[in-house]
Design a protein around this ligand. Structure first.
Ligand SMILES: Nc1ncnc2c1ncn2[C@@H]1O[C@H](COP(=O)(O)OP(=O)(O)OP(=O)(O)O)[C@@H](O)[C@H]1O
Length: 312
């Protein structure tokens, strides 16, 4: 019989650690575990993220959707290293975003992630040409003049804006500016690209072109790509759309193409590590579910009923 009163030795602890299996998010490129962000302004606290879990695999292209104020931009600001979470785990391409020192953060933002914002003016410097804008991050990274120029020309050509190389942003359309912004974002070969409403200011046809540019870099360079969007067209064109509600991941839509070319769409609610599921609002409203629900475990599913005790 094992002596349970004795403290476990190192070998025993190692055995237990290997028994526990892979850690949460092992192998994922983006890992958020119970992520919390609380803003404090004038003594008032706003909980923008309240225990958000998210895993994105290397090379995946995912869309994040959610109502205004649900926490999408907060999440993207954290993943891009601009903002620091209040608690939880946030790891991007192996970098821990909670414990990172200032120098590491700069290095992370320069080399590991690329971003595209909604406002075209935030992505490009107005007094530089398209090619100079693409070359700028490479200059900061210490790349030689020649290799910078070659890569900038290659990227602009690949994204269909090669003829815009010598023009400044004001001489370009919104769609051209956003495609150049994609080139700027991937100039230093980041592992992850984050885009916050990149097509928000564009008409439908131009939005499709810009999304096409994001998909192209995702496919050709294998960059893990996260796009926050309100654009239903964009959300429908990715394999996985993640819904955020009240600062938590609440739902997921997965799409896959079958061999015969048909597209299969499956909708899921997210079950987080604490066992929480958010029921979609239309469901709870249709059955007038409030405060508490009754659960029943069946052999192959869990039943959720409105609590009618008081009225019965
Ligand atoms: N700097 C800040 N200070 C205080 N509260 C903030 C700050 N930034 C965001 N918030 C609050 O946090 C919550 C989440 O905001 P966030 O901008 O992440 O939402 P969102 O889903 O991106 O919205 P939208 O789609 O409108 O851009 C909101 O209640 C917002 O008011």
């Amino acid at each position: 019989m094992t002596d349970t009163t004795k403290a476990p030795d190192l070998a025993e602890l190692e055995r237990r650690a290997t028994e526990r299996g892979p850690a949460y998010g092992e192998g994922a490129h983006i890992v958020c575990d119970n992520l919390v962000r609380i803003y404090k302004t004038d003594g008032v606290e706003v909980v923008a993220l309240q225990g958000l879990d998210l895993l994105v695999d290397p090379g995946e292209l995912v869309a994040i959707v959610g109502a205004s104020g649900s926490g999408k931009s907060t999440l993207l600001n954290i993943l891009s290293g601009l903002d620091v979470p209040t608690a939880g785990v946030a790891r991007v391409a192996g970098s821990d975003l909670l414990t990172m020192a200032a120098k590491e953060r700069l290095n992370f933002r320069r080399h590991r992630v690329g971003f595209i914002w909604q406002q075209t003016s935030r992505n490009l410097l107005p007094y530089l040409t398209a090619a100079q804008n693409v070359e700028l991050p490479m200059r900061f990274a210490g790349r030689s003049r020649r290799s910078r120029a070659t890569r900038a020309a290659e990227l602009l050509g690949m994204l269909g804006v090669g003829d815009c190389a010598g023009r400044r942003p004001e001489e370009l359309s919104g769609g051209q500016q956003q495609r150049i912004a994609v080139a700027v974002a991937v100039a230093n070969e980041p592992k992850v690209v984050l885009a916050d409403e990149p097509t928000g200011e564009l008409d439908t046809a131009t939005a499709a072109e810009v999304f096409g540019a994001l998909r192209q870099v995702n496919e050709e360079f294998g960059t893990t790509t996260v796009v926050v969007t309100h654009d239903a067209q964009v959300a429908e064109r990715v394999d996985r759309t993640i819904g955020i509600r009240d600062g938590r991941t609440s739902s997921e839509v997965r799409r896959r193409s079958a061999e015969d070319g048909t597209r299969h769409v499956a909708e899921y609610a997210v079950l987080d590590r604490a066992g929480r599921v958010q029921l979609p609002k239309p469901f709870t409203e249709a059955l007038d579910m409030r405060d508490r629900v009754r659960l029943d475990l069946e052999t192959d599913h869990v039943g959720v009923w409105p609590d009618r005790e008081e009225t019965e």
